[in-house]
Design a protein around this ligand. Structure first.
Ligand code: DGP
Ligand code: NA
Ligand code: NA
Length: 211
């Protein structure tokens, strides 16, 4: 060892509601930590901050917020965590995030009257993920799993439009994974992709998203 701290990787899990990504995010962090790789599990929206509480109340339908305004609050909720995220990455911790700016764009652009470029703008410049794991389930499996909890957005028609929007966001660093396979098989795939990325980012700067 030359004493230089190797940076951690920023790994993002994305997908429609109930695709199993929260389970996979947790299992991934458990596996990394068990294998001696420093890793932390994050999720957005991060509902504990003041902004996050406004978002939580909106998602639970306890309050109404105008669509543009809530879009900017979701983005602000990511930005307020950036200093801590950068520090962790630079100190060598891999950060696994359950949802990120792609959710921000896909969920707002699925609404009437929004274009993708407008939706991307507030999140431009966030730390760029090293790997985006996009979990998909076919229409049949989605229907089987569609025991939604009653939060805003948890409706089959809306989720289909969200999936269409995700389709427009795919980039080089995306891996699209079939979430209808077993939890273990999916986990093994995700763990391998993540380990490969962690070794490849060691000396790379943290880039800015969509810039
Ligand atoms: P979750 O805690 O992962 O179940 O996410 C809560 C809901 O909020 C889910 O339906 C996805 C949605 N969501 C997450 N991030 C954003 C965002 O940035 N903008 C919008 N409009 N919705 C989001
Ligand atoms: Na949800
Ligand atoms: Na979730």
């Amino acid at each position: 060892m030359n004493g230089v701290v190797r940076r951690g990787a920023l790994i993002v899990l994305e997908g429609c509601d109930r695709c199993g990504k929260s389970t996979q995010a947790r299992k991934l962090v458990d596996t990394l930590v068990a294998g001696g790789t420093p890793a932390e599990l994050w999720r957005f929206p991060e509902r504990s901050s003041s902004i996050g509480q406004l978002i939580g109340s909106y998602l639970e339908k306890k309050s109404e917020v105008e669509d543009h305004a809530i879009h900017l609050l979701f983005s602000a909720n990511r930005w307020e965590s950036v200093p801590r995220m950068r520090k962790l990455l630079q100190d060598g911790t891999t950060v696994v995030v359950d949802r990120y700016a792609y959710s921000g764009v896909a969920f707002t652009a699925a609404k009437e009257g929004f274009d993708i470029e407008w939706c991307k703008q507030p999140d431009r410049g966030l730390p760029e993920p090293d790997l985006v794991l996009y979990l998909t389930i076919g229409a049949e499996d989605a229907a089987k799993r569609a025991d939604f909890g009653g939060e805003r957005y948890e409706q089959t028609d809306f989720q289909k439009r969200v999936a269409d929007m995700y389709g427009l966001l795919r980039e080089d660093r995306w891996e699209t994974l079939d979430a209808s396979q077993s939890i273990k098989d999916l986990h093994d795939q995700i763990a391998k992709l993540t380990r490969d990325i962690i070794t490849r980012v060691e000396n790379k700067p943290i880039n800015k998203l969509w810039m």
